[in-house]
Write a protein that binds this ligand. Structure first.
Ligand code: FE2
Ligand code: FE2
Length: 257
């Protein structure tokens, strides 16, 4: 049941659904300073329309409830690649800087109370750096896939070097990401919020749990659907060109798939 009301305190709203802190962050509402104040009072003090803020909080709740699952195995490769970039990569670009700020802030502020957060922050930073580098490399390949343009003259060696080899390496890098997620899951005892934790700690745990859920779906789609299909397609195209040399010779430049 939705309990968002103008009389609810900011702290209670975030406690009930920690992802609401994203809305408050976007509005520059400090959830620690304003935790005991009602939403109506905070909105009045900051000249925000309380109805508009309630609408944003309700939309965030709806987003968290999630949409109907899609069977990506039945979709075209280009559609799956576009989905990965628009959904999972976009999510990471939004979430990683925020989680970096939250984990380092909690490590600084609560390192003595919760000693595991120092390692958590380090594991997260390594994960973030790797994820950002990995995404850029991956997009170089996925953009060429979604452009619906292919150079049919590319040889098997070129296809292996430009697409199949890098995707195989990136599948190995996914294992590193999965190990980092497992470590973060262990350090937080399964994304558990200790009694007495502040809203910043709650937001960090909620954000890391969301990262874990999103990454598992992201890695599943790439490892089990997208990458194998791209690699199979590249190999079969190379074989088809090798068997029909006149086809490659008759087509100059880049040709639509
Ligand atoms: Fe990816
Ligand atoms: Fe990936």
């Amino acid at each position: 049941m939705c309990t968002i009301s103008p009389l609810a305190t900011v702290g209670a709203l975030v406690t009930e659904q920690p992802s609401r802190s994203l809305v408050f962050e976007e509005l520059d509402v400090d959830i620690c300073v304003n935790g005991q104040k009602s939403l109506a009072d905070v909105c009045a003090a900051m000249s925000l329309a309380v109805g508009g803020v309630i609408a944003l909080l309700t939309a965030e709740d709806a987003r968290r409830k999630g949409s109907q699952p899609v069977n990506w195995g039945s979709r075209e490769v280009e559609e799956v690649a576009s989905h990965v970039v628009a959904t999972h990569h976009a999510y990471l670009r939004r979430a990683l800087p925020r989680l970096s700020m939250l984990t380092s802030r909690v490590a600084r502020g609560h390192g003595q109370e919760f000693p595991e957060v120092a390692e958590l922050s380090m594991v997260f930073e390594t994960f973030r750096a790797e994820a950002e580098r990995h995404m850029c490399q991956e997009e170089g390949i996925l953009f060429s896939i979604t452009s619906k343009v292919d150079n049919v003259d590319r040889s098997l060696d070129e296809r292996l070097a430009e697409t199949v080899g890098p995707l195989a390496n990136m599948t190995i890098e996914h294992d590193d990401a999965a190990r980092a997620l497992t470590r973060m899951h262990m350090l937080t005892k399964g994304y558990w919020v200790p009694e007495g934790a502040c809203n910043g700690y709650r937001s960090m745990i909620d954000g890391l749990a969301e990262l874990d859920r999103d990454m598992k779906q992201h890695l599943h789609i790439e490892n089990h659907i997208l990458f194998p299909r791209i690699m199979d397609r590249e190999r079969s195209r190379a074989i088809s060109v090798a068997r029909s040399p006149q086809r490659g010779a008759s087509v100059s430049g880049r040709t639509a798939i």
